[in-house]
Design a binder for this molecule. Structure first.
Ligand code: MOS
Length: 745
């Protein structure tokens, strides 16, 4: 038996800024907030997949202890954003995008909220939910992706692309053609979604909400309720994990606002764990077909990539499943086609590496399959097809050090031991396989505003209305500021999670460090200028000096020319008669380099797997994940981010998959007991390695994103290793012993 070991090194001076608050329980997540006189709202959900509610009986629930109201389509107040038209038929500016919860009697998926029970305690609300009885007129429904996708008329085209000759792979001397399937995967972070709505009068609202973007939520809710944005304050100080599920406001958010307004008291709406499986989005199910061909040197002659993913009936959710096939590898002939399949399910959403995670499972598996046909090392195959330019927009990469990733990973995983013939290597009775897979994700820089407050005691507070869903944004921002100002991170506090702070971006698309970090760098550089000007103005010894003569370091202002002449910033503030310095600045999203370069982050994952030849039990023995994401700001949190992606990737490879009972439309495994996720013992020795070279063109700090590349390509690395160990190719996730041909019994 091989026992997994963990080597999670923590860099001491790079500690998470919020670690103590989180591990001691001082950190307050949304539902932790207690407000005087608060009431609790819980959803009653539909027990059919499609139809109309013919009668909803709330009388028993209303008589139950502590119940204050049961809100449903017959008594739900009118919400401005639910109606896109004013009474005189003009389009108004109010809008709620998404299902209009509690608004009508139509059921669109099993588990849809149909009423909100509001009670004086969580327990009373929970008890009363069971007392609400609905009668339905049911309709035929469709939740079966695998069957429905075969019916052309049920799908709709969502994107098509072509360069060179379509289906060129068919004419290549070596080609493979294969279909890949991935199931619905759900986010399910530790912290479940909740919202607390507190109205002050008719048009002023404070909302505690689990959100990846307080500013985005503020805008959504203002437009939904027809009130000025400035009258909505959204607070999200701590987020207990999110992988895209808090990028938009889901149904419980307006529900909390509706209930609080109707009852004229604060209302907290919580989702239960089972509700987390259908009410906050998910990675859609996919079917993909890849055709890929090469000449005998491995040079790619054609890539064709088709994909279908599901959406709901009431919204189109699309993602870039076929995108990476268009630009990751050098190839003149590429065609892709992407279709959506609306089903009677809730709407999917972005989930870690949205699009590419699904697409690269297929693409990176297909390349591996091709490598065996060519009798070529799969890493060499990728190197042959390395491209200096983004193959779709033809721009040169701002930076692409993926070859360094290949080299480092190859060495660290022990690639030289990889058997050329699948199923030919054994260690202590277990079959051994090595596999690798790559990932790519676009990098960008958006706009953000940061306020700096240099306090009387010389410490620094930075503020921006972003949220930190877990990657460690406060830590990374502290490090950027500390580097710029040459002061210890312990003297810097980054405040976020409140829409009343200066506007910051939504945390998503691996863009926060680039966008917000640029703004932090800008404000700190500006602050240094202000300090230097103040020194020249007020400190006699600096009279007549130029800005460039001075340097800010260790909370001192120093004359670089005449070593020794210096003043502490605290003294300087006193001298200048200022209790503090406060400045606010916007770093805009413009990057003139954008028209010259293509910006992407890259990852390459390497795994060594053991497969038991009698039982099919699979154990990852070692994982090496390498990343090229520009400069690494915080080694500690960047490492954690990649490790999180690896864990997600292990879940995707071996465990995860939503099961739907197609007879009823109900999710059959909506609990942690039934929806499998990796346990600690499933995570092997994992080494994270970064190229760590600044990207010269992306922004002022040289850092790109890592949140998505951490996971993209990982599941393919596992499938490729499984093939290398056993000679069995699994193209349907998750990979289980049954799919390797081992029976359950
Ligand atoms: Mo991420 S899927 O952009 O939260």
């Amino acid at each position: 038996m091989f026992e997994p070991t963990n080597h999670f090194n923590i860099v001491a001076d790079d500690e998470r800024a919020d670690a103590a608050e989180k591990v001691t329980g001082r950190a307050k997540f949304t539902a932790d907030h207690h407000i005087d006189n608060i009431a609790y709202g819980l959803f009653v959900t539909s027990t059919i997949a499609k139809g109309t509610i013919t009668n909803l009986d709330s009388s028993k629930a209303l008589q139950a202890p502590g119940v204050l109201d049961v809100i449903y389509y017959k008594n739900c107040p009118n919400i401005p954003g639910y109606n896109a038209l004013t009474p005189d038929n003009k389009r108004n500016n109010f809008e709620w995008k998404g299902l209009k919860v509690l608004n009508d009697n139509i059921v669109r998926f099993f588990g849809q909220p149909i009423a909100l029970v509001v009670a004086d305690s969580f327990e009373n609300a929970l008890a009363a939910v069971k007392l609400v009885k609905a009668e339905y007129a049911t309709e035929a429904f469709d939740t079966n992706f695998n069957e429905a996708r075969l019916v052309e008329s049920k799908t709709k085209l969502a994107g098509k692309y072509k360069r060179g000759n379509p289906k060129a792979y068919l004419n290549a001397p070596f080609f493979i053609e294969a279909e890949y399937n991935t199931p619905i995967e759900v986010h399910n972070p530790m912290e479940m979604h909740s919202s607390i709505a507190i109205w002050e009068g008719d048009d002023k609202l404070t909302l505690y909400d689990k959100s990846q973007g307080p500013k985005g939520t503020q805008s959504t809710i203002a437009r939904t309720f027809g009130i000025p944005e400035k009258n909505v304050r959204v607070i999200t100080e701590f987020v207990g994990g999110a992988f895209g599920n808090a990028l938009r406001s889901w149904l419980h958010v307006p529900a909390a606002c509706i209930a609080a307004k109707k009852l004229n008291r604060p209302v907290k709406v919580l989702l239960t764990r089972p509700q987390m499986f259908s009410l906050v989005g998910y990675r859609p199910q996919s079917w993909q077909k890849i055709g890929i061909g090469a000449d005998k040197t491995g040079k790619l002659l054609g890539i064709s990539h088709e994909a279908i993913s599901n959406t709901s009936r009431y919204e189109d959710f699309r993602e870039g499943i076929t995108d990476a096939s268009r630009f990751l590898y050098k190839c003149e002939n590429v065609d892709t086609e992407y279709k959506l399949l609306p089903l009677d399910l809730s709407t999917p959403t972005w989930m870690r590496g949205p699009g590419e995670t699904t697409g690269c499972f297929a693409l990176e598996s297909a390349l591996d399959e091709l490598s065996y046909q060519l009798k070529m090392d799969p890493i060499d195959l990728r190197i042959v097809n390395y491209t200096e330019t983004h193959q779709e927009n033809k721009l040169p990469w701002s930076a692409n050090n993926v070859k360094d990733c290949y080299a480092a990973g190859k060495e660290k995983i022990g690639w030289k031991n990889r058997p050329k013939k699948p199923g030919s290597l054994k260690e202590k009775g277990w079959l051994v396989g090595y596999g690798m897979g790559g990932g790519i994700f676009g990098a960008n820089k958006g706009s953000a505003t940061v306020k700096a407050i240099l306090k009387e005691d010389g410490s620094l507070v930075l503020q921006s209305a972003v949220s930190d869903m877990g990657p460690g944004t406060t830590t990374a921002m502290g490090i950027i500021a500390a580097e710029s100002l040459q002061m210890p991170t312990s003297r810097i506090k980054f405040m976020l999670g409140d829409s009343s702070l200066p506007p910051g971006p939504t945390q998503g698309g691996s863009g926060t460090t680039s966008t917000l970090g640029s703004a932090v760098n800008l404000i700190c550089e500006t602050l240094k200028q202000v300090i230097k000007e103040l020194g020249i103005q007020h400190f006699a010894a600096f009279k007549g000096l130029q800005i460039t003569d001075l340097e800010v370091k260790n909370e001192l202002l120093i004359d670089k020319k005449n070593q020794g002449s210096q003043i502490s910033i605290v003294e300087l503030l006193k001298l200048a008669g200022k209790p503090s310095i406060e400045i606010t600045k916007e770093s805009n999203g413009n990057n003139p380099q954008e028209i010259k370069y293509a910006f992407c982050s890259f990852s390459v994952h390497f795994v060594k797997i053991l497969v038991h030849p009698k039982t099919g039990e699979m154990k990852l023995q070692k994982v090496i994940t390498t990343g090229d994401a520009g400069k690494i700001i915080s080694e500690n949190t960047a490492r954690s981010q990649m490790l999180g992606g690896v864990v997600g990737g292990i879940g995707m490879a071996f465990k995860e998959g939503l099961e739907i009972n197609h007879a009823t439309g109900e999710i059959a495994n909506a609990s942690f007991g039934e929806y499998l996720v990796p346990r600690h013992t499933d995570i092997p020795e994992t080494e994270i390695w970064f190229v760590n070279k600044p990207d010269p063109f992306i922004n002022s700090i040289g850092a790109k994103g890592i949140g998505e590349i951490a996971m993209i390509g990982f599941a393919a690395a596992v499938a490729n290793a499984v093939y290398n160990a056993t000679g069995k190719r699994v193209r349907d996730l998750p990979i289980t012993p049954e799919k390797l041909g081992f029976s359950k019994a």
